[in-house]
Design a protein around this ligand. Structure first.
Ligand code: ADP
Ligand code: MG
Length: 498
């Protein structure tokens, strides 16, 4: 049993129970709202936040005799997404009716794709604690969203808002390849990043434009898959992690108490951090799927797919590897920069402003990640609101790279640019912030520090590491403007230490 554990999972992921270690198995069904102006089968607007029932066509309200007409932009978006997931694109797919009753579903069925989805198997690469892992994609299909029931407006009535009714969703189904809550979170984060690069879904989880059904089961490492529970509609990355952790623990406790897990659909309650039963799991045959007689099978040409492929942007993984290769960035730094397309673009603008991008690319990455992102986070701004432009960051990095200013002065300069704007090189010139490399001036400061501290001069001879203290004193005396390298060398010479 122990050997098999090694084969199936990284031991860090195992959860210990009274009867030994357990492995959690997770597969996600992500519902991503397609970015398009109109709904999947009608011309009604998909705009968020309209007053209830203001974006509803006769098709969305399921008036008798209305016929759905496929929106070709939604099809193109699904294909782009499939290509971004390195997936097989099915040139023929079929829309089916998934039949069930709910007040927010006026048709009495949802148009979805069942046996023949538009996109087949693909993959997504994730990185967790610097280990890379490939997560399989089972399929992606197009379907309609339902409307929304509103229960909290009136004590005696429920209302229905059909604005979302008929909005196009992509359901992206992963294989049960995830082995921890962290992996599930990394997967959704990565998937969202890819969708945002592709501009096929805005990934705004707060608006419900991306939500996940989290399927969880547990097993002893090496055993067959256990019975899973499906936690519906989890709408934040943090909640996905909490729901998976809570659910795994709950199932382990049931099994260790001699019980068995019921296959069921559950809900996550963000307030308590717990999941609770919603209904026993429905089976596919309960929905009486059949091909929608109002719609022809969806046939697309390979040439069309090829054309869409040509228009795809560089995706986060490719960009990350290029950044590592071209600018010598670490995998971690490159991942941070490419997580959002806007920050990757900003970084590349900084690179374009560098005088020596080979030498200073890494330094530029540090500045963007640590100084700029750190500061933006603190102020609650995103990169588009940055008061410091890529050109200005490049200006600061150029000054450091050329040895004109020290890292410490550069931080002061950054504060000035952040608050008042301006050209970094001009600011350094006009405020006399240039680093002192003039050996005469440095020598004078070094001599003064040595003369004022005879006891320390004795001490440093026995303990050469103390030279750092002298460097600090000289730097302080120079107002941070002395070149630390030059100070260090001068001190070593004068003090006779190595
Ligand atoms: P359904 O359509 O009934 O929900 P699927 O077979 O399409 O079922 O699977 C849905 C999701 O459940 C997929 O993401 C899959 O990876 C995941 N899944 C399947 N079996 C398990 C399991 N034993 N444990 C955890 N997740 C699972
Ligand atoms: Mg499901």
């Amino acid at each position: 049993m122990q050997d098999k554990a090694q084969a199936t999972t990284n031991n860090d992921n195992l959860i210990s129970g009274a009867t030994g270690d357990w492995e959690v198995v997770i597969g996600l069904e992500v519902h991503a709202q397609v970015s398009s102006n109109a709904k999947l089968f009608s011309g009604a607007s998909t705009e968020f936040g309209g007053s209830p029932n203001s974006h509803v066509s006769l098709v969305d309200a399921a008036m008798p005799g209305m016929l759905p007409v496929i929106n070709s932009e939604c099809v193109a978006q699904a294909i782009r997404t499939g290509l971004g997931l390195k997936a097989e694109i099915n040139l023929r797919s079929v829309f089916d009716r998934k039949n069930y009753f709910y007040p927010d579903l006026p048709q009495g069925y949802q148009i979805s794709q069942y046996k023949q989805p538009i996109v087949g198997e693909g993959e997504v690469e994730i990185e967790v604690e610097s280990e890379t892992k490939t997560v399989g994609i089972e399929r992606l299909h197009l379907e309609q969203d339902a409307g929304k029931s509103i229960h909290d407006q009136h004590p005696d009535y429920s209302y229905v808002d059909l604005n979302r009714s008929g909005v196009a969703l992509m359901e992206i189904v992963s294989k049960p390849d995830l082995r921890s809550a962290k992996e599930a979170q990394a997967y959704v984060t990565k998937l969202r990043s890819i969708l945002r690069y592709l501009e096929t879904c805005d990934g705004d989880m707060e608006k419900g434009n991306l939500r996940a059904d989290v399927n969880v089961s547990v097993r002893k490492p090496g055993d067959e898959f256990g019975t899973r529970c499906e936690i519906k509609n989890v709408n934040s990355i943090r909640f996905i992690g909490q729901a998976a952790d809570y659910e795994a623990r709950r199932q382990i406790d049931i099994i260790e108490d001699g019980g068995s897990v019921d296959q069921e659909t559950r809900l996550f309650d963000p307030k308590s951090g717990k999941t609770r039963s919603m209904r026993s799991k429905e089976e596919a045959h309960d929905y009486r799927y059949f091909p929608d007689p109002d719609l022809l099978p969806l046939e697309i040409e390979q040439a069309y797919v090829d054309e869409l492929a040509k228009g795809l942007p560089e995706l986060p993984d490719e960009k990350k590897h290029r950044f590592m290769g071209e600018y010598g960035l670490s995998s971690y730094d490159a991942s941070v920069l490419v997580a959002e397309r806007a920050s990757a673009d900003y970084f590349e603008d900084v690179i374009r402003g560098l005088k020596n991008s080979k030498r200073d690319g890494k330094l530029a990455a540090n500045w963007v990640i640590n100084e700029l992102f750190g500061r933006l986070n603190k102020e609650g701004h995103d990169i588009a609101q940055s008061p410091v432009s890529a050109k200005q960051i490049a200006g600061i990095v150029n000054l450091i790279g050329a040895g004109d200013i020290s890292g410490k002065i550069a931080k002061e300069l950054f504060e000035i640019v952040w608050a008042d704007g301006g050209d970094p090189a001009e600011i350094v010139e006009s405020r006399g912030m240039k680093q002192v490399t003039d050996t005469g001036a440095i020598e004078k400061a070094v001599d003064e520090v040595i003369a004022a501290n005879p006891d320390k001069v004795e001490a440093v001879k026995a303990k050469p590491a103390m030279i750092g203290w002298f460097v600090g004193q000289v730097m302080k005396a120079s107002g941070g403007k002395a070149n630390p390298q030059a100070v260090n060398e001068m001190l070593k010479m004068k003090l006779g230490v190595e």
